[in-house]
Write a protein that binds this ligand. Structure first.
Ligand SMILES: Nc1ncnc2c1ncn2[C@@H]1O[C@H](COP(=O)(O)OP(=O)(O)O)[C@@H](O)[C@H]1O
Ligand SMILES: [Mg+2]
Length: 398
């Protein structure tokens, strides 16, 4: 028999602890090894026992669950944290959770079998993050690349679109998924006028099959398949739930060699779900001090939330303007290697966006196009596996 997953419960209410214990007792593969009623007890026990899972109440007295969970994570890297939310996770809560390095949660209403599933998933993710197995470093046969950023207006859509088109020149099986449900503009940037979009599948979405997916997939002249978001922001982003996005990406992974996902706000469930399913997370940051500071905090949050560092590639966008911070300093501020620097080119990007012509095709020799094409080439899956490159952009793309 395999050893059970060790779980600790931190909750101020006796009845809640008992209820959870009862839910978990039905499963032989899970063992509750400790209980705590407040943050001090929680910290002491968790850092002594190093449970695989800590289920912690968000309102745990005195300082609150998030606060103490962050401290436990720092001291016990083997412990995966699941937050027990008193209220359903709203945007603000997501943001706080991500800042505290937590992205897994349950509520009182979560049924027992889903609680068990969540425990198993978090424990196994934690284990593989701790021991990089051959499977983890092996090059995958397909790649999901999510483009994310600490804030809007950073260039995610421009980059995702041109990157996907550049990849489509290498491979016929490339898809671009626009997860920006609150008003995606991927279709506009590609001059497509889709009959149907992701929005047509929602919110009564029941399942994914080839018929449904082909009805929402548009084809760009480059060969790229595009799954557009609704052009106007008439949808509540919350309907793109984590399971839905993960199903969608699983489906696309089976059918495409490359899937590029453009995302909306950083703390949306759909953005986090896409990042969870991705082999590569391109983090786009702006090139001035406030944006670099944002970028630094965002990268820190991603690492704290257990996104493996080797999956993250930092792209600094809109470089080459006057009085900019030198490249080496950018890496020092971000405390992260930079994979590519994209020059600012108002005219090229402006014309490209307005005409709906990706610049990697319309002006392939411009410096911005060249850097994006290099970036695409660096992501192309070769038949002979190579170890990942960790070269800095300041030498790699010089
Ligand atoms: N390298 C660049 N040079 C000039 N303008 C750019 C560049 N990258 C993005 N932009 C402009 O910045 C704005 C925001 O870009 P967009 O891709 O829509 O950001 P996001 O998707 O992150 O919200 C757009 O007006 C776009 O044309
Ligand atoms: Mg965008």
């Amino acid at each position: 028999m395999t050893t059970p997953i060790t779980v600790m419960i931190a909750n101020s209410q006796f009845a809640e602890r008992e209820r959870l214990k009862k839910q978990l007792a039905t499963h032989a593969g899970i063992e509750v090894v400790a209980e705590a009623q407040n943050d001090r007890e929680c910290f002491d026990l968790a850092t002594r026992l190093h449970p695989q899972i800590l289920i912690i109440q968000d309102e745990l007295p005195v300082l609150g669950g998030l606060n103490i969970a962050e401290q436990v994570s720092e001291r016990s890297s083997e412990t995966g944290i699941i937050l027990m939310l008193s209220n359903p996770a709203g945007e603000e809560m997501w943001h706080k959770m991500l800042r505290a390095g937590i992205r897994d949660f349950i509520t009182r209403a979560t049924p027992a079998d889903l609680v068990i599933e969540e425990i198993r998933r978090v424990a196994s993710a934690r284990k593989s993050a701790q021991t990089p197995s051959a499977a983890n470093i092996e090059k995958p046969k397909s790649l999901i690349i999510t483009v994310a950023a600490p804030r809007g207006g950073t260039g995610k859509t421009v980059i995702a679109t041109n990157l996907a088109v550049a990849l489509a020149t290498h491979n016929e099986k490339v898809t671009l998924l626009d997860l920006n449900l609150a008003g995606g503009d991927v279709a506009v940037l590609l001059d497509l006028m889709p009959q149907r979009t992701l929005g047509d599948l929602l919110p009564t979405f029941v399942g994914i099959d080839d018929d449904i997916m082909s009805s929402v997939t548009a084809k760009h002249s480059s060969g790229l398949s595009v799954i557009p978001a609704p052009l106007s922001g008439t949808f509540d982003s919350a309907v793109m739930s984590r399971p839905l996005v993960q199903n969608l990406l699983r489906y696309l992974r089976d059918r495409y060699t490359y899937t590029v996902a453009d995302t909306g706000y950083p703390n949306l469930e759909s953005t986090l779900a896409a990042m969870d399913s991705s082999d590569i997370i391109l983090v786009v940051v702006g090139n001035d001090l406030p944006r670099l500071r944002d970028g630094k905090q965002y990268l820190k949050n991603l690492i704290a939330a257990n996104y493996p560092k080797e999956r993250i590639r930092v792209i600094v966008n809109r470089t080459g303007v006057t009085k900019e911070i030198p490249g080496k300093e950018v890496e020092a501020i971000l405390e992260f290697p930079v994979t590519a620097q994209l020059p600012n080119d108002d005219e090229l990007v402006g014309v490209s966006v307005n005409l709906g012509q990706p610049f990697v095709i319309s002006a392939p020799h411009k410096p911005l196009s060249r850097v994006l094409k290099n970036l695409a080439e660096s992501l192309v899956i070769s038949s002979t596996p190579k170890p990942p490159k960790h070269k800095s952009a300041f030498t790699f793309f010089a």
